[in-house]
Design a protein around this ligand. Structure first.
Ligand code: GDP
Ligand code: MG
Length: 451
Protein backbone atom coordinates (compact mmCIF):
# COMPACT_ATOMS: atom_id res chain seq x y z
CA UNK A 1 0.00 0.00 0.00
CA UNK A 2 1.22 3.43 -0.89
CA UNK A 3 2.39 5.84 1.77
CA UNK A 4 -0.35 8.35 2.55
CA UNK A 5 1.41 10.35 5.18
CA UNK A 6 2.99 13.25 3.35
CA UNK A 7 0.55 14.20 0.64
CA UNK A 8 -1.76 17.10 1.17
CA UNK A 9 -5.23 17.43 -0.28
CA UNK A 10 -5.15 18.68 -3.89
CA UNK A 11 -6.92 22.01 -4.49
CA UNK A 12 -9.51 21.97 -7.27
CA UNK A 13 -11.05 24.97 -9.11
CA UNK A 14 -14.19 24.85 -11.27
CA UNK A 15 -14.11 27.02 -14.39
CA UNK A 16 -16.15 27.61 -17.53
CA UNK A 17 -18.68 29.90 -19.18
CA UNK A 18 -21.48 31.57 -17.23
CA UNK A 19 -24.63 29.41 -16.89
CA UNK A 20 -22.92 26.25 -18.06
CA UNK A 21 -23.39 24.76 -14.58
CA UNK A 22 -20.35 25.49 -12.38
CA UNK A 23 -22.33 26.34 -9.24
CA UNK A 24 -24.75 23.45 -9.74
CA UNK A 25 -21.84 21.04 -10.17
CA UNK A 26 -20.16 22.24 -6.98
CA UNK A 27 -23.44 22.00 -5.07
CA UNK A 28 -23.91 18.48 -6.36
CA UNK A 29 -20.43 17.42 -5.33
CA UNK A 30 -21.02 18.88 -1.87
CA UNK A 31 -24.46 17.29 -1.63
CA UNK A 32 -23.07 13.97 -2.77
CA UNK A 33 -20.53 14.09 -0.02
CA UNK A 34 -23.03 15.03 2.68
CA UNK A 35 -25.48 12.29 1.72
CA UNK A 36 -22.90 9.54 1.80
CA UNK A 37 -21.95 10.71 5.26
CA UNK A 38 -21.46 7.25 6.78
CA UNK A 39 -17.95 7.02 5.41
CA UNK A 40 -16.63 10.14 7.11
CA UNK A 41 -18.30 13.50 6.78
CA UNK A 42 -17.13 16.26 4.53
CA UNK A 43 -15.51 19.22 6.19
CA UNK A 44 -16.70 22.71 5.44
CA UNK A 45 -13.83 25.18 5.20
CA UNK A 46 -13.87 28.91 4.64
CA UNK A 47 -14.10 29.33 0.87
CA UNK A 48 -13.69 25.63 0.18
CA UNK A 49 -15.21 22.19 0.72
CA UNK A 50 -13.17 19.13 1.48
CA UNK A 51 -14.37 15.78 0.19
CA UNK A 52 -12.41 13.00 1.92
CA UNK A 53 -11.17 10.07 -0.11
CA UNK A 54 -13.44 7.60 1.72
CA UNK A 55 -16.54 9.49 0.63
CA UNK A 56 -15.35 9.39 -2.97
CA UNK A 57 -14.47 5.70 -2.85
CA UNK A 58 -17.85 5.00 -1.33
CA UNK A 59 -19.45 6.85 -4.21
CA UNK A 60 -17.44 4.86 -6.72
CA UNK A 61 -18.79 1.68 -5.16
CA UNK A 62 -15.58 -0.33 -5.39
CA UNK A 63 -13.64 -0.58 -2.11
CA UNK A 64 -10.69 -2.15 -3.95
CA UNK A 65 -9.98 1.29 -5.36
CA UNK A 66 -9.08 2.50 -1.89
CA UNK A 67 -5.47 1.36 -2.09
CA UNK A 68 -4.92 2.84 -5.51
CA UNK A 69 -5.19 6.41 -4.35
CA UNK A 70 -2.83 8.08 -1.95
CA UNK A 71 -4.27 11.58 -1.72
CA UNK A 72 -6.41 12.21 1.39
CA UNK A 73 -9.28 13.71 -0.62
CA UNK A 74 -10.06 16.76 -2.75
CA UNK A 75 -10.47 20.38 -1.66
CA UNK A 76 -12.92 22.21 -3.92
CA UNK A 77 -12.74 26.00 -4.02
CA UNK A 78 -16.29 27.26 -3.48
CA UNK A 79 -16.07 30.30 -5.76
CA UNK A 80 -16.28 29.05 -9.31
CA UNK A 81 -14.84 30.86 -12.30
CA UNK A 82 -11.41 31.70 -13.58
CA UNK A 83 -11.36 34.77 -11.44
CA UNK A 84 -10.95 32.62 -8.36
CA UNK A 85 -8.40 30.55 -10.20
CA UNK A 86 -6.19 33.52 -11.04
CA UNK A 87 -6.62 35.07 -7.59
CA UNK A 88 -5.38 31.88 -6.05
CA UNK A 89 -1.81 32.23 -7.13
CA UNK A 90 1.33 30.98 -5.52
CA UNK A 91 4.86 31.91 -6.39
CA UNK A 92 5.34 31.34 -10.10
CA UNK A 93 2.07 29.62 -10.72
CA UNK A 94 -1.48 28.80 -9.92
CA UNK A 95 -2.42 27.60 -6.50
CA UNK A 96 -5.10 25.25 -7.77
CA UNK A 97 -3.55 21.85 -8.42
CA UNK A 98 -6.39 20.68 -10.63
CA UNK A 99 -9.33 22.18 -12.49
CA UNK A 100 -12.68 21.22 -13.93
CA UNK A 101 -13.78 23.02 -17.10
CA UNK A 102 -17.56 22.89 -17.42
CA UNK A 103 -19.09 23.18 -20.87
CA UNK A 104 -22.79 22.90 -21.69
CA UNK A 105 -22.89 19.99 -24.12
CA UNK A 106 -25.87 21.53 -25.91
CA UNK A 107 -24.38 25.01 -26.27
CA UNK A 108 -20.76 24.14 -26.89
CA UNK A 109 -17.83 26.52 -26.45
CA UNK A 110 -18.34 30.14 -25.39
CA UNK A 111 -15.87 33.00 -24.70
CA UNK A 112 -15.17 32.04 -21.10
CA UNK A 113 -14.65 28.42 -22.11
CA UNK A 114 -11.83 29.53 -24.38
CA UNK A 115 -10.46 31.82 -21.70
CA UNK A 116 -10.45 29.02 -19.11
CA UNK A 117 -8.53 26.77 -21.47
CA UNK A 118 -5.96 29.48 -22.20
CA UNK A 119 -5.35 30.07 -18.52
CA UNK A 120 -4.98 26.36 -17.77
CA UNK A 121 -2.62 25.91 -20.69
CA UNK A 122 -0.47 28.77 -19.50
CA UNK A 123 -0.21 27.40 -15.98
CA UNK A 124 0.08 23.79 -17.20
CA UNK A 125 -2.63 22.79 -14.75
CA UNK A 126 -4.03 19.27 -15.25
CA UNK A 127 -7.79 19.37 -15.74
CA UNK A 128 -10.85 17.41 -16.76
CA UNK A 129 -13.60 18.67 -19.06
CA UNK A 130 -17.17 18.15 -17.93
CA UNK A 131 -19.70 18.02 -20.78
CA UNK A 132 -22.67 19.10 -18.69
CA UNK A 133 -26.47 18.98 -19.00
CA UNK A 134 -26.70 15.59 -20.70
CA UNK A 135 -30.19 15.28 -19.17
CA UNK A 136 -31.29 17.93 -21.68
CA UNK A 137 -30.42 15.75 -24.64
CA UNK A 138 -33.60 14.93 -26.49
CA UNK A 139 -35.07 11.66 -25.15
CA UNK A 140 -32.61 11.26 -22.27
CA UNK A 141 -33.98 9.17 -19.39
CA UNK A 142 -32.29 10.27 -16.19
CA UNK A 143 -30.81 7.77 -13.77
CA UNK A 144 -30.11 9.68 -10.60
CA UNK A 145 -26.47 9.70 -9.43
CA UNK A 146 -25.38 6.75 -11.58
CA UNK A 147 -21.90 6.60 -13.07
CA UNK A 148 -21.81 7.51 -16.75
CA UNK A 149 -21.38 3.99 -18.16
CA UNK A 150 -24.40 2.71 -16.23
CA UNK A 151 -26.72 5.52 -17.30
CA UNK A 152 -25.46 5.48 -20.90
CA UNK A 153 -26.30 1.78 -21.20
CA UNK A 154 -29.90 2.51 -20.25
CA UNK A 155 -30.45 5.04 -23.04
CA UNK A 156 -31.91 4.16 -26.44
CA UNK A 157 -29.62 3.88 -29.44
CA UNK A 158 -30.90 7.17 -30.84
CA UNK A 159 -30.17 9.00 -27.62
CA UNK A 160 -26.75 7.39 -27.34
CA UNK A 161 -25.79 8.55 -30.79
CA UNK A 162 -27.13 12.06 -30.12
CA UNK A 163 -24.87 12.22 -27.09
CA UNK A 164 -21.87 10.97 -29.05
CA UNK A 165 -22.44 13.56 -31.78
CA UNK A 166 -22.57 16.43 -29.31
CA UNK A 167 -19.65 15.04 -27.36
CA UNK A 168 -17.47 14.87 -30.44
CA UNK A 169 -18.30 18.49 -31.23
CA UNK A 170 -16.83 19.36 -27.83
CA UNK A 171 -13.84 17.13 -28.50
CA UNK A 172 -13.38 18.79 -31.91
CA UNK A 173 -13.38 22.23 -30.30
CA UNK A 174 -10.78 21.07 -27.80
CA UNK A 175 -8.67 19.81 -30.67
CA UNK A 176 -8.90 23.25 -32.32
CA UNK A 177 -7.59 24.72 -29.07
CA UNK A 178 -4.59 22.42 -29.20
CA UNK A 179 -5.78 19.67 -26.88
CA UNK A 180 -6.05 16.02 -27.81
CA UNK A 181 -9.21 14.88 -26.05
CA UNK A 182 -11.43 11.81 -25.81
CA UNK A 183 -14.39 10.53 -23.83
CA UNK A 184 -12.65 9.85 -20.53
CA UNK A 185 -13.32 6.08 -20.51
CA UNK A 186 -11.61 5.83 -23.90
CA UNK A 187 -8.46 7.59 -22.75
CA UNK A 188 -5.51 5.28 -22.32
CA UNK A 189 -2.93 7.91 -21.41
CA UNK A 190 -4.09 10.94 -19.43
CA UNK A 191 -0.65 12.47 -19.87
CA UNK A 192 -1.34 12.87 -23.58
CA UNK A 193 -5.09 13.02 -23.82
CA UNK A 194 -7.63 15.14 -22.02
CA UNK A 195 -10.59 13.28 -20.56
CA UNK A 196 -14.13 14.53 -21.22
CA UNK A 197 -16.84 13.30 -18.83
CA UNK A 198 -20.51 13.54 -19.84
CA UNK A 199 -22.42 14.72 -16.76
CA UNK A 200 -25.66 16.11 -15.48
CA UNK A 201 -24.99 18.38 -12.54
CA UNK A 202 -28.71 18.32 -11.78
CA UNK A 203 -29.33 14.55 -11.72
CA UNK A 204 -25.82 13.64 -10.57
CA UNK A 205 -25.19 11.29 -13.50
CA UNK A 206 -21.48 11.08 -14.22
CA UNK A 207 -20.41 12.84 -10.99
CA UNK A 208 -18.64 9.74 -9.58
CA UNK A 209 -16.67 9.59 -12.84
CA UNK A 210 -15.53 13.21 -12.50
CA UNK A 211 -14.28 12.54 -8.99
CA UNK A 212 -12.43 9.44 -10.13
CA UNK A 213 -10.71 11.22 -13.02
CA UNK A 214 -9.65 14.00 -10.65
CA UNK A 215 -8.15 11.47 -8.24
CA UNK A 216 -6.35 9.83 -11.15
CA UNK A 217 -4.93 13.15 -12.31
CA UNK A 218 -3.79 14.00 -8.79
CA UNK A 219 -2.08 10.68 -8.59
CA UNK A 220 -0.32 10.92 -11.94
CA UNK A 221 0.68 14.54 -12.09
CA UNK A 222 0.90 15.89 -8.61
CA UNK A 223 2.62 13.49 -6.32
CA UNK A 224 5.71 15.66 -6.05
CA UNK A 225 3.80 18.94 -5.78
CA UNK A 226 1.61 17.59 -3.05
CA UNK A 227 4.44 16.61 -0.77
CA UNK A 228 4.56 18.98 2.12
CA UNK A 229 5.66 19.18 5.68
CA UNK A 230 2.75 19.36 8.05
CA UNK A 231 5.05 20.69 10.76
CA UNK A 232 6.54 23.47 8.66
CA UNK A 233 5.56 27.15 8.79
CA UNK A 234 2.22 27.88 7.16
CA UNK A 235 2.10 29.32 3.64
CA UNK A 236 -1.08 30.42 1.92
CA UNK A 237 -2.79 32.80 -0.46
CA UNK A 238 -5.34 35.48 0.40
CA UNK A 239 -8.63 34.67 -1.30
CA UNK A 240 -10.54 37.67 -0.02
CA UNK A 241 -10.29 40.60 2.38
CA UNK A 242 -13.65 40.74 4.17
CA UNK A 243 -15.22 43.05 6.68
CA UNK A 244 -17.01 41.00 9.40
CA UNK A 245 -19.34 42.40 12.05
CA UNK A 246 -17.50 42.68 15.35
CA UNK A 247 -14.19 41.54 13.85
CA UNK A 248 -13.28 44.29 11.40
CA UNK A 249 -11.18 43.36 8.39
CA UNK A 250 -10.56 39.61 8.16
CA UNK A 251 -8.79 37.47 5.59
CA UNK A 252 -10.16 34.37 3.95
CA UNK A 253 -7.11 32.37 2.99
CA UNK A 254 -6.27 29.03 1.46
CA UNK A 255 -3.35 27.44 3.28
CA UNK A 256 -1.37 25.22 0.93
CA UNK A 257 1.67 24.29 2.98
CA UNK A 258 2.56 23.71 6.61
CA UNK A 259 0.61 24.67 9.72
CA UNK A 260 -0.90 27.95 10.88
CA UNK A 261 -1.61 28.47 14.60
CA UNK A 262 -3.41 30.99 16.72
CA UNK A 263 -0.83 33.50 17.98
CA UNK A 264 1.50 32.99 15.00
CA UNK A 265 3.22 36.00 13.49
CA UNK A 266 2.25 36.29 9.85
CA UNK A 267 3.48 38.42 6.96
CA UNK A 268 0.97 39.41 4.28
CA UNK A 269 1.35 41.26 0.98
CA UNK A 270 -0.14 44.74 0.71
CA UNK A 271 0.17 47.70 -1.63
CA UNK A 272 2.89 49.21 0.53
CA UNK A 273 5.21 47.41 2.92
CA UNK A 274 4.09 43.87 3.81
CA UNK A 275 1.79 43.67 6.83
CA UNK A 276 3.22 42.04 9.96
CA UNK A 277 0.68 40.95 12.52
CA UNK A 278 -0.25 38.28 15.07
CA UNK A 279 -3.15 35.89 14.44
CA UNK A 280 -5.84 36.71 17.00
CA UNK A 281 -8.25 33.99 15.92
CA UNK A 282 -8.55 31.25 13.33
CA UNK A 283 -12.14 30.77 12.26
CA UNK A 284 -14.04 28.00 10.53
CA UNK A 285 -17.72 27.83 9.62
CA UNK A 286 -20.01 26.29 12.23
CA UNK A 287 -21.67 23.01 11.40
CA UNK A 288 -25.38 23.13 10.65
CA UNK A 289 -26.07 21.47 14.00
CA UNK A 290 -24.54 24.38 15.86
CA UNK A 291 -26.83 27.16 14.67
CA UNK A 292 -27.83 27.96 18.23
CA UNK A 293 -24.61 29.95 18.45
CA UNK A 294 -24.78 33.58 17.51
CA UNK A 295 -21.60 33.72 15.48
CA UNK A 296 -21.33 32.03 12.09
CA UNK A 297 -17.81 30.98 12.98
CA UNK A 298 -16.06 28.82 15.50
CA UNK A 299 -12.49 29.14 16.64
CA UNK A 300 -9.83 26.55 16.04
CA UNK A 301 -6.31 26.57 17.43
CA UNK A 302 -4.54 25.45 14.29
CA UNK A 303 -5.04 24.38 10.69
CA UNK A 304 -2.86 22.24 8.45
CA UNK A 305 -2.65 22.41 4.66
CA UNK A 306 -4.64 22.20 2.51
CA UNK A 307 -7.35 24.21 4.23
CA UNK A 308 -9.52 27.27 3.90
CA UNK A 309 -9.69 29.43 7.02
CA UNK A 310 -10.62 32.93 8.12
CA UNK A 311 -8.01 34.97 9.99
CA UNK A 312 -8.83 37.68 12.44
CA UNK A 313 -5.89 39.93 13.35
CA UNK A 314 -5.10 43.61 13.83
CA UNK A 315 -4.11 45.68 10.81
CA UNK A 316 -5.46 43.58 7.95
CA UNK A 317 -7.19 46.44 6.10
CA UNK A 318 -4.54 46.94 3.43
CA UNK A 319 -4.03 43.26 2.57
CA UNK A 320 -4.21 42.31 -1.11
CA UNK A 321 -6.38 39.54 -2.49
CA UNK A 322 -4.11 37.08 -4.28
CA UNK A 323 -1.08 37.94 -2.20
CA UNK A 324 0.95 35.50 -0.13
CA UNK A 325 0.62 34.99 3.60
CA UNK A 326 3.52 33.37 5.43
CA UNK A 327 4.16 32.40 9.03
CA UNK A 328 7.36 33.89 10.45
CA UNK A 329 9.37 33.43 13.63
CA UNK A 330 11.58 35.98 15.31
CA UNK A 331 14.57 34.54 13.46
CA UNK A 332 12.96 34.35 10.03
CA UNK A 333 10.92 37.57 10.11
CA UNK A 334 13.26 39.78 8.06
CA UNK A 335 13.79 37.09 5.48
CA UNK A 336 10.06 36.37 5.17
CA UNK A 337 9.19 40.06 4.84
CA UNK A 338 11.71 40.37 2.00
CA UNK A 339 10.33 37.24 0.38
CA UNK A 340 6.72 38.46 0.48
CA UNK A 341 7.80 41.83 -0.85
CA UNK A 342 9.61 40.30 -3.78
CA UNK A 343 6.64 38.05 -4.57
CA UNK A 344 4.47 41.16 -4.89
CA UNK A 345 7.11 43.06 -6.86
CA UNK A 346 7.40 40.23 -9.36
CA UNK A 347 3.94 41.11 -10.57
CA UNK A 348 4.07 44.87 -10.28
CA UNK A 349 5.77 46.63 -13.15
CA UNK A 350 6.74 50.23 -12.65
CA UNK A 351 9.47 51.10 -15.07
CA UNK A 352 8.66 54.74 -15.64
CA UNK A 353 9.31 54.30 -19.37
CA UNK A 354 6.72 54.20 -22.17
CA UNK A 355 3.55 52.15 -22.12
CA UNK A 356 -0.01 51.72 -20.93
CA UNK A 357 -1.28 51.57 -17.35
CA UNK A 358 -3.04 48.47 -16.03
CA UNK A 359 -5.10 48.33 -12.85
CA UNK A 360 -6.70 45.13 -11.56
CA UNK A 361 -8.52 43.91 -8.47
CA UNK A 362 -6.17 41.12 -7.47
CA UNK A 363 -2.58 40.16 -7.93
CA UNK A 364 -3.58 37.12 -9.95
CA UNK A 365 -5.77 38.98 -12.42
CA UNK A 366 -3.05 41.62 -12.77
CA UNK A 367 -0.54 38.94 -13.59
CA UNK A 368 -2.87 37.44 -16.21
CA UNK A 369 -3.46 40.84 -17.85
CA UNK A 370 0.21 41.73 -17.90
CA UNK A 371 0.88 38.38 -19.53
CA UNK A 372 -1.76 38.91 -22.23
CA UNK A 373 -0.58 42.41 -23.14
CA UNK A 374 3.06 41.36 -23.12
CA UNK A 375 2.17 38.51 -25.44
CA UNK A 376 0.87 41.16 -27.85
CA UNK A 377 4.08 43.14 -27.32
CA UNK A 378 2.20 46.06 -25.84
CA UNK A 379 4.58 48.07 -23.61
CA UNK A 380 3.38 48.52 -20.03
CA UNK A 381 4.52 51.44 -17.94
CA UNK A 382 2.69 50.60 -14.77
CA UNK A 383 0.68 47.63 -13.53
CA UNK A 384 -0.87 47.75 -10.10
CA UNK A 385 -3.63 46.32 -7.92
CA UNK A 386 -6.30 48.83 -6.96
CA UNK A 387 -9.05 51.13 -8.23
CA UNK A 388 -8.35 53.85 -10.78
CA UNK A 389 -7.40 56.87 -8.68
CA UNK A 390 -7.09 60.57 -9.36
CA UNK A 391 -3.32 60.15 -9.36
CA UNK A 392 -3.53 57.40 -12.00
CA UNK A 393 -5.66 59.66 -14.17
CA UNK A 394 -3.21 62.52 -13.92
CA UNK A 395 -0.28 60.22 -14.61
CA UNK A 396 -1.91 58.77 -17.73
CA UNK A 397 -2.80 62.24 -18.97
CA UNK A 398 0.84 63.28 -19.01
CA UNK A 399 1.62 60.63 -21.63
CA UNK A 400 1.65 62.23 -25.06
CA UNK A 401 1.38 59.20 -27.32
CA UNK A 402 -2.36 58.42 -27.56
CA UNK A 403 -1.52 54.70 -27.86
CA UNK A 404 -0.12 54.78 -24.34
CA UNK A 405 -2.25 57.46 -22.74
CA UNK A 406 -4.45 54.54 -21.77
CA UNK A 407 -5.73 52.96 -18.55
CA UNK A 408 -6.89 49.35 -18.60
CA UNK A 409 -9.08 48.46 -15.62
CA UNK A 410 -10.05 44.89 -14.73
CA UNK A 411 -12.78 44.52 -12.11
CA UNK A 412 -11.91 47.90 -10.57
CA UNK A 413 -13.82 51.08 -9.85
CA UNK A 414 -13.00 54.54 -11.12
CA UNK A 415 -12.86 56.98 -8.19
CA UNK A 416 -15.30 59.89 -8.63
CA UNK A 417 -12.55 62.53 -8.71
CA UNK A 418 -10.67 60.43 -11.27
CA UNK A 419 -13.84 60.13 -13.32
CA UNK A 420 -14.34 63.91 -13.38
CA UNK A 421 -10.75 64.41 -14.40
CA UNK A 422 -10.86 61.74 -17.10
CA UNK A 423 -13.98 63.18 -18.67
CA UNK A 424 -12.09 66.37 -19.38
CA UNK A 425 -8.93 64.62 -20.58
CA UNK A 426 -7.93 62.68 -23.68
CA UNK A 427 -6.98 59.58 -21.67
CA UNK A 428 -8.60 56.44 -23.04
CA UNK A 429 -10.03 54.14 -20.37
CA UNK A 430 -11.07 50.52 -20.92
CA UNK A 431 -12.81 48.62 -18.13
CA UNK A 432 -14.26 45.11 -18.17
CA UNK A 433 -14.38 41.91 -16.16
CA UNK A 434 -13.30 39.77 -19.10
CA UNK A 435 -9.58 39.76 -19.80
CA UNK A 436 -9.65 39.00 -23.50
CA UNK A 437 -12.23 41.75 -24.06
CA UNK A 438 -9.80 44.31 -22.68
CA UNK A 439 -7.09 43.01 -24.98
CA UNK A 440 -9.43 43.07 -27.99
CA UNK A 441 -10.78 46.52 -27.21
CA UNK A 442 -7.28 47.87 -26.91
CA UNK A 443 -6.19 46.24 -30.19
CA UNK A 444 -9.21 47.78 -31.93
CA UNK A 445 -8.34 51.18 -30.50
CA UNK A 446 -4.74 50.89 -31.71
CA UNK A 447 -5.94 50.01 -35.22
CA UNK A 448 -8.28 53.01 -35.26
CA UNK A 449 -5.48 55.29 -34.14
CA UNK A 450 -3.17 54.02 -36.84
CA UNK A 451 -5.66 54.54 -39.64
P1 GDP B 1 -22.84 28.78 -13.58
O1 GDP B 1 -23.13 30.18 -14.02
O2 GDP B 1 -21.83 28.14 -14.46
O3 GDP B 1 -22.51 28.66 -12.13
O4 GDP B 1 -24.20 27.95 -13.85
P2 GDP B 1 -25.29 27.47 -12.81
O5 GDP B 1 -24.82 26.35 -12.02
O6 GDP B 1 -25.82 28.66 -12.07
O7 GDP B 1 -26.40 26.90 -13.81
C1 GDP B 1 -27.09 27.72 -14.73
C2 GDP B 1 -28.47 27.14 -15.01
O8 GDP B 1 -28.32 25.86 -15.64
C3 GDP B 1 -29.28 26.89 -13.75
O9 GDP B 1 -30.63 27.20 -14.02
C4 GDP B 1 -29.11 25.41 -13.49
O10 GDP B 1 -30.18 24.84 -12.81
C5 GDP B 1 -29.00 24.86 -14.89
N1 GDP B 1 -28.20 23.64 -14.94
C6 GDP B 1 -26.94 23.46 -14.49
N2 GDP B 1 -26.53 22.19 -14.70
C7 GDP B 1 -27.54 21.56 -15.31
C8 GDP B 1 -27.74 20.22 -15.79
O11 GDP B 1 -26.88 19.34 -15.71
N3 GDP B 1 -28.94 19.95 -16.37
C9 GDP B 1 -29.93 20.88 -16.48
N4 GDP B 1 -31.08 20.51 -17.05
N5 GDP B 1 -29.78 22.13 -16.04
C10 GDP B 1 -28.61 22.48 -15.46
MG1 MG C 1 -22.43 30.27 -10.73
Amino acid sequence: MADKKNLRTPIVCVMGHVDHGKTTLLDKIRGTAIVSGEAGAITQHIGATEVPIDVIINKLGDPRLRDRFIVPGLLFIDTPGHHAFTTLRSRGGALADLAIVVVDINEGFKPQTYESLQILKRFKTPFVVVANKIDRINGWVSQKDLPFAATFKKQSEDVQSRLETKLYEVIGELYNQGFAAERYDRVTNFQKTLGVVPVSAVTGEGIPDVLMVLLGLAQKFLEVNLQYSAEGPGVGTVLEVKEEKGLGATLDIILYDGTLKKGDTVVIGSLGEPIQTKVRALLKPRELSEIRYESKFKQVNKVTAAAGVKISAPGLEGALAGSPIRVATEETLDEIVAQVKSEIDEVRIDTGSVGIMIKADTLGSLEALVHEFQKDEVPIRKAEVGDISHRDAIEASTVEDPLYSVIIGFNVKVHPDARDFLQESTVKVFTSDVIYRLVEDYQKYVKEQQE
